[in-house]
Design a protein around this ligand. Structure first.
Ligand code: CA
Length: 481
């Protein structure tokens, strides 16, 4: 061992002593009462040979640790740097954590939104399902409707076809009926030949050939051909209302039955009654000059100034007008309904002063027309009550002038210009010519157009023709003012 090693040993012992003392002192700082008890460990002494110092001497206050364990300022700086680096990383990590937290929140929000979306999608799906079901139902309904339309169309076609069949059958049946009518006519003629022993039935009067000026509208009309055929086919189905024989009742046998009867009078005529202050329409007692007996008559005061005496009225067919001469002379019917005032009464009225005549007609469409004649009177019974008329004015057409100057004919007194008795064919009493343009005392047929072998309805040829029976008729007279 050299000098250097000895020196180092001395230094080591000195350092060890010093350190023990130091430790003792430090330990005394923590635990004073044990300091004196510690034994002295520095028991060896090393002598270090003198050494010549040639370089600087490094002294250290601290322990003499090996170099590799010594903490230097560099180490501290490194540690500090490491610390700061770790701190930065910590900061970075914290930021990352913050960001992650935000992300988590967002994630939560997104999850929530996703749940909402899911429920919304479910709802939409249900809605879609419902719509699909509904559309299927609608399409089913549509299909059913289409089927029904098809069925109805088929039914309509069937009905139309049936209607055409029925039409054809009706036409065939009409043809058969017409043929049978012709056959019946022929058989009737044959019967007359065989069983009539040569007796010839009187020829009927010619049909009225007037084409009426006014034809009631909306009324079905028959052609002349159909008239002829049906008159053969149904010779007795109409006209029975006229009755086989005239009846005997007259106006004078009737008693007033309504409250429209004035007990005052008698008056010369209705105009006289009105002048006497009786302006209400109704039944009045009249007794014309030179007449033997008073009579009842209907006074019409509600039209054209009033004062009209009704000499004939038809309205409902309630009275039989197929009567004999005596009935037509005295009058018959009901004063407040259908009636005939009587030829003698009309004659007596007409010879008092100058009268005018108004014929009022109403068709089955409730339309009223009239024919007025400027003068009117009858000649006496010895002249068979010959008709004397003035000039015509009105809107019904003039069907009465052709009867002007004609005598009155009934079934039992033929005064007409025809070879047979017009009253027989027309079933009434009238101033027949041969036979006439009007038959206001004929058979009252309901409905207007009538079927009959003869023109025996209540017709006014210039209004409706010979086969249109009027609904109501009135003949009224009034003194010319
Ligand atoms: Ca005659």
């Amino acid at each position: 061992m050299g000098t250097v090693a000895w020196g180092l040993c001395a230094l080591f012992c000195a350092w060890t002593c010093g350190r023990s003392a130091g430790l003792s002192r430090r330990r005394r700082g923590f635990d004073d009462h044990s300091a004196d008890d510690l034994p002295k460990r520095c028991s060896y002494t090393f002598l270090v040979p003198e050494q010549k110092i040639t370089g600087p001497i490094c002294a250290s206050r601290g322990s003499s640790l090996p170099d590799k364990e010594r903490v230097t300022r560099m180490d501290i700086a490194d540690v500090r740097e490491l610390l700061s680096k770790q701190r930065r990383e910590m900061e970075t990590l914290r930021m990352v954590v913050d960001v992650d937290g935000n992300l988590v929140n967002e994630m939560k929000l997104l999850r929530k939104e996703s749940r909402n979306m899911n429920s919304r999608v479910t709802q939409l799906y249900m809605q879609l399902l419902h719509e699909i079901i509904r559309k299927r139902d609608n399409s089913l309904e549509l299909a059913q409707l289409e089927a029904r339309v098809l069925n109805v169309t088929a039914e309509a076609l069937r009905l139309s076809s049936r209607y055409r069949d029925l039409e054809a059958r009706f036409a065939a049946l009409a043809g058969v009926v017409n043929n049978q009518s012709v056959l019946i006519g022929a058989l009737e003629e044959k019967c007359l030949h065989v069983y009539g022993h040569g007796r010839q039935e009187p020829l009927p009067p010619p049909l009225v050939q007037v084409v009426p000026e006014n034809i009631p509208v909306h009324v079905p009309r028959f052609s002349n051909e159909i008239h002829m055929e049906h008159s053969r086919a149904f010779p007795r189905d109409r006209g029975s209302r006229a009755g086989p024989a005239p009846t005997g009742s007259t106006l004078e046998a009737k008693q007033p039955t309504t409250s429209n009867f004035s007990s005052e009078g008698p008056f010369l005529d209705c105009f006289h009654a009105m002048q006497a202050g009786h302006g209400t329409s109704g039944m009045y007692l009249l007794k014309p000059n030179d007449s033997e007996r008073p009579m009842q008559a209907w006074c019409e005061h509600d039209m054209d100034g009033g004062g009209w005496t009704v000499i004939q009225r038809r309205k409902d067919g309630s009275v039989n007008f197929f009567r004999n001469w005596e009935n037509y002379k005295k009058g018959f019917g009901n004063i407040d309904g259908e009636h005939w005032l009587g030829l003698e009464n009309i004659y007596n009225l007409g010879r008092q002063e100058d009268y005018k005549l108004l014929v009022e007609l109403q068709d089955w469409m409730e339309k009223k027309v009239y024919a007025a004649y400027s003068s009117f009177h009858l000649e006496p019974e010895s002249e068979s009550y010959r008709l004397r008329l003035g000039t015509y004015q009105g809107n019904a057409g003039d069907s009465l002038t052709s009867h002007n100057g004609k005598q009155f004919t009934t079934l039992d007194r033929d005064k007409d210009a025809f070879s047979g008795n017009c009253a027989h064919f027309h079933k009434g009493g009238w101033w027949y010519n041969a036979c006439g343009q009007t038959n206001l005392n004929g058979v009252w047929y309901s409905g207007g157009v009538y079927r009959s072998k003869f023109q025996d309805g209540v017709f006014w040829a210039d209004y409706g023709g010979g086969f249109y029976s009027m609904k109501s008729v009135r003949m009224l007279i009034k003194p010319i003012e």
